[in-house]
Design a protein around this ligand. Structure first.
Ligand SMILES: Cc1ncc(COP(=O)(O)O)c(C=O)c1O
Length: 294
């Protein structure tokens, strides 16, 4: 993983990331009592800003933590952060915790002063070799909590799953529940069979992916789409499997548990979708930069 960019935002100030400090009593640290967002930035412009900040608002609401900022305030904070970090392609990470109190109580503090943190990092590179060969995945049983729709920083299960994939020499762990594939450890999942794109429905078991929704709008009208459960057998027998996340839009998975998917190479439907995503990014890069009101 590349080094994060040097400037971060912490509780109203822009500081060098190396100097940023929060208390060990912060509930994000003690309990994972916090939520987050990750959104890509192309040529200095945030991609799917409203979708990410609608989801952040929803995550905060679901954990009963007041949103510390309006969308416009968030936009202003992040535009400044992006500008301070060179305004090029990058991704922004935002985290809001329920703050700290002197003590450790599971129940919420009487007065909550949230910790608000944001940093920028270079976008991961999808190398030419990966583009030609596709990624590999393993399957794992779901042992996460029952509210995976909340983008919580309590990600230990996801961390262990991704590590299991890494130790198997794979790029992602696809999560199974009751014989169906839910999503990846940090990605949404799609399968393509006989020209139809299928992706599992959103539920408490799945994070509603912003990139998934953007991909679905690009695909609709071009290929048939079905939103329904995908069984492990369908996954293995698919012509194409894709995973999606904000930091890498949609990428092909060509091996699952060591066996090839379809031809074992990135398929034609993915190539078409990747071209549409590239166009969308180019369009965004051509729009005027947002200037926050000061
Ligand atoms: C568990 C999980 N599912 C899906 C996604 C993809 O969501 P998005 O496309 O909004 O990045 C993520 C991204 O972090 C994730 O952690």
């Amino acid at each position: 993983m590349a080094e994060p960019l040097p400037q971060c935002y912490l509780n109203g100030e822009y500081v060098a990331l190396r100097d940023a400090r929060i208390s060990p009593l912060d509930r994000g640290f003690l309990f994972g009592d916090s939520v987050y967002e990750v959104l890509p930035v192309f040529s200095g412009r945030m991609f799917l800003f409203a979708e990410h900040f609608d989801r952040l608002a929803r995550s905060l609401h679901e954990i009963k933590l007041e949103n510390p900022h309006t969308h416009e305030q968030w936009r202003g904070i992040l535009e400044e952060l992006i500008a301070r970090n060179g305004a090029a392609d990058q991704y922004v990470y935002v985290q809001v915790t329920r703050g700290m109190e002197f003590g450790r109580n599971h129940a919420f503090p009487a007065v909550v002063k949230p910790t608000v943190f944001a940093m920028a990092s270079p976008l991961p590179v999808f190398s030419d070799a990966q583009r030609a060969a596709g990624l590999s995945a393993i399957t794992v049983e779901d042992f996460r909590w029952g509210r995976c729709d909340i983008k919580s920083t309590a990600l230990l299960a996801n961390v262990l799953m991704k590590q299991q994939a890494a130790e198997a020499g794979a790029n992602e762990a696809l999560i199974l529940r009751d014989g169906n594939v839910m999503e990846g450890s940090s990605t949404s999942v799609f399968v393509v069979k006989n020209g139809t794109v299928v992706t599992p429905p959103n539920s408490h078991r799945i994070l509603p992916g912003t990139t998934r929704d953007a991909a679905l709008s690009l695909i609709k009208g071009v290929m048939p789409v079905e939103i329904r459960s995908v069984s492990i057998d369908e996954l293995r027998a698919a012509d194409e499997v894709w995973i999606s996340a904000a930091t890498r839009d949609v990428v092909p998975v060509t091996r699952v548990d060591g066996a090839p998917i379809g031809t074992g190479k990135p398929g034609p439907a993915w190539l078409r979708l990747a071209a549409s995503f590239a166009q969308l990014r180019q369009k965004l890069a051509g729009t005027p930069a947002y200037t926050p009101e000061r």
